[in-house]
Design a protein around this ligand. Structure first.
Ligand SMILES: [Zn+2]
Length: 275
């Protein structure tokens, strides 16, 4: 049994566990079963087999959909968990009515899967994802803003924290800079040429205006409950979004098909002013 789990029932040597979680992905397993990738509050990300979830007598179908949030009852198998029952609590139905929002949610799930949240960070990562999806569904904040906050905070939770309090060259903490997403540092306009001169390869960099860097600093250090409690004007929000995405892609070294799809369907018009 994974550490920290509380067995609630023991049946013929099988251990039954309960946890809350959201479905990050599903793939067919055999002809009628499915493998679910769950982000859970107690065990981080885990793989679960759902037996015939679409069978006539099954009540599991809705809880096995991607983005469904449920209380799951699981039996611990030799390799994976086996889904016993699921009590659906939220399915973010509103996201399914908007292709851009749904595709962004799909990217957030794929990114989360790629970072393999562990038991220690599972609960906070789950809360971050649920809150992001809620705000996206209710259109409380722009997709650009929510995507950037989620990417950056998730990266920090996963051990990838950029060092952008000030310029990595001279230490200044004021003014517009450049973000070097591969190195995870910021450089001012004066220090960047020196860095490039001494670098083996010219580093990729994106503009990092002061407002975007302040947003990074806020998201990295904010209390969990206040992580979305800041505002940016549309120009700063765009720069914040581009910097967060570049940092995420360079640090993970991954390409995400769901991100490409989101960009192909996203409305590129600027977000409405925040009231
Ligand atoms: Zn500098």
């Amino acid at each position: 049994m994974p550490a920290g789990c509380i067995p609630i029932r023991k049946e013929a040597s099988a251990i039954i566990l309960k946890t809350h979680g959201i479905v990050l992905g599903q793939t067919p397993y055999g002809s009628q079963d499915k493998t679910l990738t769950l982000l859970t509050s107690d065990y981080g990300m885990i793989q679960v087999i759902a037996k015939k979830p679409n069978g006539k007598k099954s009540r599991l179908a809705a809880a096995c959909e991607v983005l469904a949030y449920s209380e799951f009852c699981l039996m611990e198998g030799r390799i994976r968990y086996i889904l016993q029952t699921a009590d659906l609590e939220e399915n973010f139905f509103g996201l399914r009515e908007d292709l851009a929002s749904l595709s962004l949610a799909g990217y957030l799930c794929e990114l989360t899967r790629s970072l393999l949240p562990q038991k220690e960070t599972g609960a906070e990562t789950l809360r971050l994802l649920l809150n992001t999806l809620y705000l996206l569904e209710k259109k409380r904040r722009s997709p650009t803003f929510l995507k950037a906050v989620y990417e950056l905070r998730l990266m920090c939770l996963s051990g990838f924290q950029p060092d952008i309090e000030g310029c990595a060259g001279c230490g200044t903490e004021e003014g517009d800079m450049w973000l070097l997403p591969g190195e995870g540092i910021a450089l001012c306009g004066e220090c960047l040429p020196h860095f490039i001169e001494s670098a083996v390869r010219t580093p990729y960099r994106v503009p990092f205006p002061e407002a975007a860097r302040r947003a990074f600093i806020y998201v990295i250090g904010a209390e969990e409950k206040k992580i979305f409690s800041f505002k940016l004007d549309p120009k700063a929000e765009k720069a914040f979004g581009e910097a967060a995405e570049a940092f995420t892609l360079f640090q993970t070294g991954s390409r995400f098909p769901t991100l490409d799809f989101y960009k192909s369907v996203a409305d590129e018009t600027p977000p409405k002013p925040i009231t």
